[in-house]
Design a protein around this ligand. Structure first.
Ligand code: HSE
Length: 443
């Protein structure tokens, strides 16, 4: 086919990395060859894969696909149109993506860390080279959230994006609630079953979800990628006691990623929150991901599905390849800016500080059971202008600490933090106090 003076007969694909997702992409491209070709108007041809283990049998019949141990055979190749980066991490992925873009090749990646932390330089480079950098697979796997936010909601002013972006944490919290087990035990079971990484810190400390949130926020608000300014709190401190209290009060605890633009101030946070049991976000269970977006004309829309795994992630990678093939077919590369607006229009917005971040909070203390303890604690809360909505105390014990749970009225994160520092100093308070934000207004 000849369009705009260029001849495009097939999309020639090179792949970097042949792990779980790479296997899924190769399998899909080979399995659905005819379907993809019909839909794209040209064949999607997997030409070459660079992997550290070219000799390993992946149980796929790869036909004429070349396997190489040399990444240069992909990055420097002149017989490829697009490089699919599925190595993950920063080294060597960042350098290889740079080199592929520099050489005028399009790039598609599932690498959320790379996009969240180095996206600004990579999108600028891609734009200057007139090539595309696709990253649908980097957020929520198969769930088409990048495309929905950037394209389907393109006519809206979006003020709120939130969701469950880490399947490992959601699985752990679901298991803790359903089985009444502590975090450490569920994590170790999940590692045994292969649901959690041997080093789970990226997942359980909220880093992985924050990478994905940085990407969604940049698209939603046309801002530079802002991973560093995201408030990040993981789920290590969520105890089975907190989960039981949440249940009793009609809530579920979820690791929620949220980006909100209100009165010109941006709030970016990944943290465990309590959501009403009856909300849709509470119903997202197990390894599922879900994203909710609110636009001024669309209202709230919701996207739900598998956020990780071989086939779901491959589905998203191939969606980007299809977009690219369809664009090349009509000579329209660069039609859709990666982050909604061209790179030079991206802005930086002021962030909402802890003294401006308002909300209601669940507070849990372990206290000595004697007269006057409650008065000491409420005196500190009163000094910080924190008003209480409810207090629960259970059990009696002369020797052991008893739980004291309070729910506040609207206050700020800063006031809660300052009050808890003082409360922790009291002789009657036997463990570090815990606080969890309550989000009652979500879909
Ligand atoms: N480890 C992530 C999760 C998937 O548990 O959702 C890849 O981002």
């Amino acid at each position: 086919m000849v369009l705009g003076g260029s001849t495009v007969e097939a999309l020639r694909i090179g792949m970097l990395g042949f792990g779980t997702v790479g296997r899924g992409v190769a399998d899909l491209l080979l399995n659905h060859q005819e379907l993809l070709s019909q839909r794209a108007g040209m064949p999607l041809r997997l030409v070459r894969i660079a992997t550290r283990t070219p000799e390993r049998d992946r149980g796929l019949s790869l036909g004429g696909v070349e396997l190489t141990g040399d990444v240069n055979r992909v990055v420097n190749a002149s017989d490829l149109d697009v490089v699919v980066e599925l190595i993950g991490g920063f080294i060597p992925a960042r350098d290889l993506v740079h080199r592929a873009l520099e050489s005028g090749k399009h790039v598609i990646t599932a690498n959320k860390a790379l996009i969240a932390e180095y996206g600004s330089e990579l999108f600028a480079l891609a734009q200057s080279k007139g090539v595309q950098l696709g990253f649908e697979a980097s957020v929520a796997g198969a769930v088409p959230v990048v495309k929905a936010l950037r394209e389907s909601l393109a006519g809206n002013r979006v003020d709120l994006v939130y969701g469950i972006l880490n399947g490992t944490c959601n699985y752990i919290l679901t298991e803790m609630r359903e089985k009444g087990l502590p975090f450490a035990q569920v994590l170790s079971d999940a590692q045994d079953k292969g649901f959690a990484e041997a080093d789970p810190s990226f997942d359980v400390d909220g880093i992985d979800a924050a990478h994905k949130l940085a990407i969604l926020a940049a698209i939603a608000f046309g801002t530079h990628l802002d991973f560093a300014r995201i408030v990040k709190e993981g789920i290590r401190h969520v105890s089975d006691t907190d989960i039981a209290w949440a249940k009793e009060m009609g809530y579920r605890i979820k690791l929620l990623a949220m980006a909100r633009l209100k009165e010109g101030l941006l709030e970016l946070a990944v943290r465990p929150v309590m959501v009403p049991e009856s909300s849709m976000v509470a119903a997202v269970e197990g390894v599922s991901n879900a994203v909710f977006m609110h636009g001024d004309y669309a209202g709230t829309t919701m996207y739900h599905g598998r956020g990780a795994g071989e086939r779901p992630t491959a589905s998203a990678v191939v969606a980007d390849l299809m977009d690219l093939a369809r664009d090349l077919r009509v000579g329209s590369t660069g039609r859709i800016p990666a982050l909604s607006v061209p790179v030079h229009h991206l802005r930086t917005l002021p962030i909402r500080t802890a003294s401006q971040r308002q909300g209601t909070f669940y507070l849990r203390l372990a206290v000595t059971d004697r007269p006057g303890v409650l008065a000491e604690i409420t005196a500190i809360l009163a000094r910080h202008a924190i008003s209480l909505d409810a207090i629960h105390q259970k059990g009696r014990s002369r020797v052991e600490a008893v739980p004291l749970v309070m729910v506040t009225h609207e206050t700020t994160e800063e006031r809660i933090a300052m009050a808890l520092v003082e409360i922790e100093q009291l002789d009657s308070v036997r463990e570090p106090p815990r606080s969890i934000r309550i989000e009652s207004g979500l879909a």
